[in-house]
Design a protein. Structure first.
Length: 309
């Protein structure tokens, strides 16, 4: 089958759930507990869009500070967040990244997209938040998932080889009083010894009730790519894309691992993505960064694919 759940993870998570009270997903808040409505901030109340969704300003965020946002009445299959930071100084960059994304079905049936952003720089500054989306080329159901349980899925023959993948979720099964909440907690790419490329990802029920989700798998192709060079097991490499224009572009990176051998696969994962603004001789420049890690047991290489959502 093209999509295969790893049942061991489900069994272990279910056993853990018998002994540990499940934790609800965090509400959309700032560090001060204030809920942030993205549609209101974007002036998009009552607007339903499926691409180039919207943008709005975060306001000033202190170094290390976080904000959690929600996009309600979320109709698109899969959402991706980007940034256009502003407020860099001559001695310090303004830097932001997404630390978490998750999807919610409210008791009334409304679907929401939630995400948390963090100022990972050393100065207080702000950013234009860019929210974009992609349409899925396929979908399937998780089936019922208990609170705290995780499923691991794979999409094999992940072609074309110049495509980057994005997973969206449509939760289902909220009760009259409790939301259904799901999160994609990890994604990575694998090349099998026979040369087949696979896209793997973990989906977790981060709510407090058993429910299900429709998995929406989207992708985007690109002609922008470069090699990671050889990466030993556990090793990482970080790259940046400078002059990341236009400033409205939302990047969707992917990987095409190479070098599987014998019985060993080549496993690569993008472990971090962030945007920054830098002042170069007084001129502001936006840059996009990403870190790739070899999460397998074989030294190998890969192609970084820089697509846009």
């Amino acid at each position: 089958m093209r999509k295969t759940a790893t049942l061991i993870a489900l069994i272990l998570a279910a056993m853990a759930a018998l002994f540990t009270a499940p934790q609800a997903a965090n509400a959309a808040t700032t560090g001060d507990g204030v809920s942030l409505d993205a549609r209101k901030a974007a002036g998009a109340e009552g607007v339903t869009l499926n691409s180039a969704v919207s943008s709005w300003y975060s306001g000033t965020v202190g170094a290390g500070g976080t904000q959690s946002w929600q996009w309600n009445n979320a109709p698109a299959d899969a959402y991706k967040v980007g940034f256009s930071p502003s407020g860099a100084s001559t001695s310090a960059v303004c830097q932001f990244q997404v630390t978490r994304t998750w999807y919610v079905q409210q008791p009334g049936g409304e679907r929401e997209f939630h995400f948390t952003i963090k100022n990972t720089g050393t100065i207080s500054c702000g950013t234009t938040i860019l929210l974009n989306s992609l349409s899925a080329f396929t979908n399937w159901s998780t089936g019922g998932v208990n609170p705290g349980a995780t499923q691991t899925w794979q999409w094999n023959n992940a072609n074309p080889l110049n495509s980057a993948h994005l997973v969206g979720l449509i939760p289902s099964g909220a009760t009259g009083t409790t939301a259904c909440q799901f999160e994609v907690t990890r994604t990575w790419y694998v090349q099998q010894p026979g040369g087949e490329r696979e896209f793997h990802f973990n989906v977790k029920n981060v709510g407090t009730i058993a429910c299900s989700a429709s998995i929406r798998l989207a992708n985007a192709t690109t002609s922008t790519s470069w090699s990671t060079g050889a990466l030993s097991p556990g090793a990482s490499g970080t790259w940046h894309w400078n002059n990341a224009n236009p400033l409205t572009a939302v990047y969707l990176p992917g990987l095409s691992p190479q070098g599987a051998s014998g019985l060993q696969s080549c496993d690569l994962e993008i472990t971090a993505e962030w945007y920054l603004q830098r002042l170069n001789s007084g001129t502001a420049e936006r840059e996009f960064y990403l870190t790739v890690k070899n999460v397998g047991s074989l030294a190998c290489t890969g192609t970084v694919l820089l697509a846009t959502a």
